[in-house]
Design a protein around this ligand. Structure first.
Ligand code: IMP
Ligand code: MG
Length: 181
């Protein structure tokens, strides 16, 4: 089992599985609304997935513009949580097809906020691609249009995702299972 920073990390999705799925996702995305396409990567966690997926979109024949938005979710409890914009996009979304990319869909609050924001700003279509769907954790009616993998109910790291700022650099998605010997 890989050991990183003194922790055992059990791989859940390998680099090969992720790469193959990205190609399939791009083919699905091409078949959807892609007119004047603006891809928005939701930072920080989606940066590696977005980087790979947009190159798969290129291979599938698309030429999207790419933007970044940093969102943060804070507060506790089932109803008290709020999403805040830390750093906004620069582009005008009016009349455009927008594809939001995030690492993992859990309660759905982050992506519901982002989708409503883009519709309020005049986007024509807003679709959502996530690498992982932890559907048992959903607390909204939001569903993604494009899902890489259903995710078991573990806290996962790697491929852009962190726990306490660590493990984003891992080329696979895994679960921290404990201290290494
Ligand atoms: P939601 O708003 O509850 O859907 O939360 C989604 C966000 O929580 C994702 O964009 C991630 O940043 C973060 N998140 C949720 N589960 C995990 C996990 O297992 N590992 C790392 N980040 C996670
Ligand atoms: Mg996130």
């Amino acid at each position: 089992m890989p050991v990183v920073r003194g922790k055992n990390i059990e791989p859940l999705f390998t680099p090969e599985q992720i790469a193959a799925r990205n190609v399939e996702l791009a083919e699905e995305i091409v078949a959807g609304p892609t007119n004047d396409l603006l891809v928005i990567s939701i930072l920080k966690g989606s940066f590696i997935f977005a980087a790979d997926l947009i190159r798969s979109l290129h291979a599938a024949g698309l030429a999207p513009e790419v933007e970044f938005i940093t969102l943060s979710s804070y507060g506790a409890g089932t109803t008290g949580q709020t999403v805040r914009i830390i750093k906004d996009i620069d582009s005008d979304v009016t009349g455009r097809d927008v594809l939001l990319i995030d690492d993992i869909l859990e309660s759905g609050r982050t992506l519901k906020f982002a989708r409503e924001l883009m519709y309020e700003r005049g986007a024509k279509n807003v679709t959502i691609a996530v690498l992982l769907d932890k559907s048992v954790k959903r607390q909204t009616d939001l569903e993604a249009d494009y899902v890489g993998f259903e995710c078991p109910d573990y806290f996962v790291v790697g491929y852009g995702m962190d726990v306490a700022y660590a493990f984003r650099e891992l080329p696979f998605v895994g679960v921290v299972t404990g201290d290494a010997e």
